[in-house]
Design a protein around this ligand. Structure first.
Ligand code: ZN
Length: 343
């Protein structure tokens, strides 16, 4: 088998205009009923096709069946009231009207397993499926029942573990938990965040990954990033804990971020998903730019542990821009693979 540098997307891709309003985060569906369900499956096929044609090696569903990376999962659980919302501050950054936990949270049915089965049929290569992480789920809700972020996170971790095991059983190769909250609540990450994440991934027969990031290119995130100073060292608090954890892969933002590349060295032994595509810009990276980011990353981790990845999800971009960025990502990884004699 070729040892070339693997590539993957962080998670989301833009949706076709017939499915949801383009270039808009959390856009409502344009269809309903069985037509919507068919349209979501069709969109997933296109998202997979775009990745395969570009030459991406680990394939995702582009999150074509979800409106929001956290709440679409929570919608399938019992114990959460989506009608009588409350306004809370998310990630200490922006206010949002969020669903309220009113009872014990329970998973009464599989959430994404049918989607994962469809994805499995679309490629013979490795596939990745994304789920929200427990801490980020807690931070996207108002808790009117548990009165403890830790207890609620633990309840979510158990639910996520049930779901993740079912995803692995239908052939998913990597299950990634999205934990942007890890870049904000450092004390909680240390106290219970990593433990809850490990609980979510416990006993999995496939690989586990965690995606931490500085968010999409929305205004609240851009302002926050501008206030973080010349060097973004948030990962420095979390990476040593993840290095000791059972999680196999960790993502970080590299291109156009102020994250010092040497922080990768803190993840010794883990696969590192190196963000080499900027999702907050319409500028298409060149293959050489992507290769250059991965080349720098390879100073701090064995090349066999390095995956070329996007900084975050690409859902807010146009389809044309996202497709071009996929091609650049694959071409950059190919270029460096050749240069390093890995093909
Ligand atoms: Zn992200």
């Amino acid at each position: 088998m070729s040892q070339k540098i693997q590539t993957a997307i962080a998670g989301s891709l833009p949706k076709p205009a017939w499915l949801a309003e383009p270039e808009k985060l959390w856009a409502p569906w344009q269809l309903s009923g069985t037509t919507l369900e068919q349209a979501k499956s069709d969109a997933m096929r296109l998202a997979v096709d775009d990745q395969l044609r570009a030459g991406i090696t680990v394939i995702g569903d582009g999150e074509q069946t979800r409106q929001h990376f956290v709440t679409t999962f929570i919608e399938s659980l019992s114990g959460v009231d989506f009608v009588n919302r409350k306004t809370v501050r998310i990630r200490n950054r922006y206010d949002a009207a969020v669903p309220v936990v009113v009872d014990q949270v329970k998973r009464t049915k599989s959430v994404f397993v049918e989607d994962a089965k469809k994805l499995r049929l679309l490629t013979t290569g490795p596939i990745k499926f994304t789920l929200p992480g427990p801490m980020t789920m807690v931070d996207t809700l108002y808790d009117g029942y548990y009165n403890s972020r830790e207890k609620l996170a633990w309840a979510f971790a158990e639910i996520l573990n049930e779901e993740a095991k079912e995803l692995a059983a239908v052939g998913v190769d990597i299950i990634q938990f999205d934990e942007p909250a890890f870049n904000v609540f450092f004390d909680e990450v240390k106290d219970w965040g990593v433990r809850a994440l490990e609980r979510a991934a416990a006993g999995l027969s496939c690989k586990s990954a965690v995606h931490i990031c500085y968010g999409y290119g929305i205004e609240a995130n851009v302002k926050w990033k501008n206030a973080l100073g010349d060097e973004w060292r948030q990962y420095e608090q979390v990476f040593p804990l993840l290095a000791k954890s059972t999680i196999d892969q960790v993502s970080l933002e590299c291109i156009n971020s102020r994250v010092p590349m040497e922080l990768i060295a803190l993840l010794k032994g883990k696969d590192v998903l190196v963000g080499a595509i900027d999702v907050a810009s319409n500028q298409i990276e060149t293959a050489e730019q992507v290769a250059s980011v991965l080349r720098q990353a390879s100073k701090y981790a064995d090349i066999k542990h390095i995956y070329g990845c996007t900084n975050c999800g690409m859902v807010p971009l146009s389809r044309e821009v996202a497709s071009a960025k996929l091609r650049a990502l694959a071409a950059g990884a190919e270029l460096l693979s050749k240069e390093m004699g890995l093909l």
